[in-house]
Ligand binder design. Structure first.
Ligand SMILES: *Cc1c(COP(=O)(O)O)cnc(C)c1O
Length: 368
């Protein structure tokens, strides 16, 4: 791929790879190839009636081995918010983890688009909760706590796969959650911003960990997996997607030149590029975890199962690393840092970060 030369200073050249978010990465070559193909095809019908959107939809149906309903939207916040809104009335509620993206990072989008459906967060103290997971017990406790008319009626369980803590629900864990959901007549939404990383970790089929395990709707993340932009909302139960197209349009999420969102999906889905990208990101997280674990004074949290590594560093070390130009977020109270790996994270970038952490931590123990 050639980079157009830029006159504007500072816009050309390749920047250092960072670990703040998997969204820092660019788009993968396969996605860009099909983006260019979609542009080269000249005039195409707009608003999703084009052959690229049809092809990407067919490929997703093949991948999930079911005639699902697929909608391409711009980002994950919209995918989650609109999917949840379609499962709820305004007087309903959605059960989720206290660290769920829908609770902490969507600016009230799910509540806004559902006209007020309340998010009910589960307890945060159990071992599972510390790993970012919901459990059947926690769900049961919330559903049975109040059943009177003064409290919003639980209608949906939302789980994030892979979780915000870089862990992955096993097949049995998902099945146990959907079983308790069915018992209480709740629908199941899966925030799959990192669905690819979860499937790469589990080594199961996408169908097994979703609809065959009882999931009703999946928000399948493309952006973090290597697309320039775009997520797919996948309804396995087509009754639930009634009117969804109108909801997407009203929310400003219907791309007029839809092919530029859908065509890159062809690049991800063809030859399992999505899975290769995710496997690579996961492998880089393992490499980083191993590197950080070996440094005295760094305490890593749980072992990574997806593409994120969590570790405690002294605040001064965090400051020094930031001053050295490393970008990463501190999510957990007391200096917990999150390091995300992407589809294109190079082993050399991991090594460079580990070397700098070692250098900074060495400085500490020397002066401590
Ligand atoms: C990144 C992410 C999203 C999507 O976020 P957008 O910025 O709206 O695209 C959704 N859920 C989780 C868990 C995420 O990490």
């Amino acid at each position: 791929m050639t980079v157009l030369s830029m006159n504007a200073k500072g816009l050309s050249g390749v920047a250092r790879q960072q670990f703040a978010s998997d969204n820092y990465a660019g788009a993968c070559p396969e996605a860009m190839h099909w983006l260019a193909q979609a542009n080269a095809s000249g005039h195409e019908p707009a608003y999703g009636d084009d052959r690229w959107t049809q092809r990407a939809t067919d490929m997703l149906r093949q991948l999930f081995d079911i005639e699902c309903d697929v909608y391409f939207v711009f980002n994950g916040t919209a995918a989650n918010s609109l999917a949840l809104a379609s499962l709820c009335q305004s007087y309903h509620s959605v059960i989720c983890s206290p660290v769920a993206h829908i609770e902490t990072d969507e600016c009230g989008g799910p509540e806004f688009f559902s006209n007020g459906s309340k998010l009910l967060v589960c307890e945060s103290q159990s071992a599972a909760a510390q790993l970012g997971k919901l459990t059947p017990d926690a769900i049961n406790a919330l559903v049975t706590k109040r059943t009177d008319i003064h409290y919003p009626r639980p209608k949906v369980v939302s789980i994030t796969q892979a979780t915000e803590m870089g862990t992955v629900y096993s097949l049995d864990e998902v099945r146990a959650i959907t079983a308790i959901a069915q018992k209480h007549d709740l629908r199941v939404h899966m925030d799959g911003a990192r669905f690819a990383n979860a499937v790469a970790h589990l080594g199961c089929s996408p169908a097994d960990i979703t609809w065959r395990a009882g999931v009703d709707v999946l928000c399948f993340g493309g952006t973090k997996n290597g697309l320039p932009v775009g997520e797919a909302v996948v309804f396995f139960d087509r009754k639930m997607s009634e009117d969804f197209a109108w909801r997407v349009k009203q929310a400003g999420q219907l791309a007029s030149k839809m092919r530029f969102i859908s065509a890159p999906w062809v690049g991800l889905l063809e030859n399992d590029v999505w899975l290769h990208n995710a496997r690579h990101a996961n492998a880089m997280a393992q490499l980083l975890y191993t590197g950080l674990q070996a440094i005295a004074g760094v305490s890593t949290l749980h072992p990574p199962e997806a593409n994120g590594v969590f570790a405690h560093l002294p605040p001064e070390a965090v400051q020094t690393l930031h001053a050295m130009g490393w970008k990463f977020y501190q999510f957990i109270a007391g200096g917990g840092c999150r390091f995300m790996c992407a589809w294109d994270t190079a082993p050399e970038s991991v090594a460079a970060l580990v070397a700098d952490v070692r250098r900074v931590m060495g400085g500490y123990s020397a002066t401590a």
